[in-house]
Design a protein around this ligand. Structure first.
Ligand SMILES: [Zn+2]
Length: 325
């Protein structure tokens, strides 16, 4: 891609930015910095990463058995929600796979939550490999579904929904392990590998966006003048070239934040075995007059400043030692 084409791609990206993304764009240095601890904390874990998930090391479970397991889990944590509701509401779509197929990473992890374009219905889609790990994907997506308001998400809701979903995923994963279920460790490792890759990608995009917002250009010369180095320039451009029109810096930031917060919230839950504060946060993020600072305050943080990063890093290190190594 020539400089001129890159310029147009960046220009189009900024001009066509979703209003949600503009909130991140206005404070790029802050949000750009969220990527650094994610990359630094996960680099040692994934330096020798082998992403093979071994289906033979994962317990087989049929669809209705997974639903039953999830309902037992919700009962155990005192959450008044029944997974059958989404089936009754016609909001659940299963994507079926052959779990003996060699190409499996995405199939193991495939899940999404969205509003249907025609009538704005809440919907989730999850993989069905006939394995217990399908229920982990479903618990994650059900968490999104539970804080999916009828008329679309607020910015605060969008910002925190991934954090709540990942926290539920970790609590449920831990619950399954404690109840003697068999799950290949690479399943949860590959989830975290996703956050690592997301942070690297987001960092590259935001690094160039910041340059563009300051200089109105993204040539190597601009980069060198602004950052006093060209070290990461080529790599950042390679990443930027590949992003599609629907790339969202708010969504990418939501993933970064979830990685930083979820292990902390997971241990906060485990300390007292009390899910109530998470259920409260689940409601709070949808309140009309609530901002992100209120939510951070509710969970005992300032808003991911330097002090927070110190506290959060402790939980991440503990989590990586206990679950990812
Ligand atoms: Zn999610």
């Amino acid at each position: 891609m020539e400089d001129r084409e890159l310029y147009f791609k960046m220009n189009d990206f900024v001009v066509n930015m979703h209003p949600w993304d503009e909130t991140i764009y206005e404070e790029l240095p802050t949000f750009c910095s969220f990527n650094i601890p994610v990359i630094e904390l996960l680099e040692p874990v994934f330096s020798d990463y082998n992403d093979e998930i071994d289906a033979s090391k994962i317990e087989k479970k049929a669809f209705y058995e997974n639903i039953k397991l999830i309902n037992e889990f919700y009962k155990k944590i005192g959450l008044k929600f029944n997974a059958n509701n989404v089936i009754k509401n016609n909001a659940l779509d299963y994507v079926f796979y052959d779990y003996d197929d060699p190409d499996k990473i995405n199939r193991f992890k495939n899940g999404c939550n969205y509003y249907t374009s025609e009538d704005y219905r809440k919907e989730i889609e999850v993989c069905n490999n006939g394995l217990i790990t399908d229920s982990i994907v479903l618990v994650h997506e059900l968490s999104h579904y539970r804080n999916q308001r009828d008329k679309g998400r607020t910015i605060v809701g969008r910002f925190f929904t991934e954090t709540l979903a990942l926290t539920d995923e970790l609590i449920y994963y831990d619950y399954l392990l404690n109840n003697g279920h068999k799950i290949d460790k690479n399943f949860i490792r590959s989830s975290f590998y996703f956050y690592y890759q997301n942070a690297i990608e987001a960092f590259s995009v935001m690094d160039l966006l910041l340059l563009f917002s300051e200089y109105g250009g993204i040539t190597e010369k601009d980069y060198e003048t602004f950052y006093n180095t060209t070290d990461d320039y080529k790599e950042n451009i390679e990443v930027f070239k590949d992003i599609t029109n629907d790339y969202s810096i708010l969504v990418a930031t939501g993933y970064n934040v979830s990685f930083l917060l979820a292990p902390y919230l997971f241990y906060k839950y485990k300390k007292n075995n009390d899910y109530f504060f998470l259920e409260y946060l689940n409601e709070l993020i949808n309140e009309p007059n609530i901002d992100t600072d209120d939510c951070f305050e509710e969970i005992g943080l300032n808003g991911i400043d330097e002090d927070d990063v110190k506290v959060l890093s402790k939980s991440i290190k503990r989590f990586t030692n206990e679950y990812l190594k």
